[in-house]
Design a protein around this ligand. Sequence first.
Ligand SMILES: Cc1cc2nc3c(=O)[nH]c(=O)nc-3n(C[C@H](O)[C@H](O)[C@H](O)COP(=O)(O)OP(=O)(O)OC[C@H]3O[C@@H](n4cnc5c(N)ncnc54)[C@H](O)[C@@H]3O)c2cc1C
Length: 188
Amino acid sequence: MTNCPHCDGPLFKGKPVAVVGGGNSGVEAAIDLAGVVGHVTLVEFQDQLLADDVLQAKLRSLDNVDVITAAATTEIIGDGERVTTLRYEDRASGESHDVALAGVFIQIGLLPNTEFLAGAVELTERGEVVIDSRGATSVPGVFAAGDCTTVPYKQIVISMGSGATAALSAFDHLIRTSAPSADAASRT
Ligand SMILES: Cc1cc2nc3c(=O)[nH]c(=O)nc-3n(C[C@H](O)[C@H](O)[C@H](O)COP(=O)(O)OP(=O)(O)OC[C@H]3O[C@@H](n4cnc5c(N)ncnc54)[C@H](O)[C@@H]3O)c2cc1C
């Protein structure tokens, strides 16, 4: 069970997997995985997928993907070593169904742990810290980096890079704000 198709998709090469969640993340994951794994079953709780139309069209063009909507995932079952089954409830009939598979990718959203920043810096409606290309937040002198920000793609290498960006921007901010004024400089 994982949440990263780019990282772990190759581990399931040629095997059946499921993606739980039919928003943009889930459909992007299913499209990505379909090129690597044997078969993808996408399971969405709502009656329809919530992803952008263009992504849904791409998904439906793939012949090794099944989409199941109005399905509440209830259980992920293993044999003691590996995942073997995803169980879901058909929300219309109440019937329980099993999908045999080798892996499950959970794509139902991540919430950044940024409640303590509410009112201090600008956050998106999902709680991500809004930053610019230099890692600057809405408050001068406050910089942010990593998954908790609006940086696209939540991956280790991207978080590390954005950390370096934020640190360099903080240094740049400090040397500019700690410089003596022109008058003071001319008196020395
Ligand atoms: C199951 C899983 C598998 C993944 N696999 C991969 C992979 O194979 N390759 C890849 O590139 N990415 C992978 N990722 C994504 C990767 O883990 C993240 O992109 C990366 O860890 C983000 O780094 P970060 O420093 O921004 O956040 P985090 O690694 O989440 O670090 C945030 C830190 O802040 C601390 N913290 C939180 N709140 C506070 C607070 N109020 N005060 C002080 N500290 C606080 C937390 O304890 C934590 O230590 C995976 C993610 C998951 C969940």
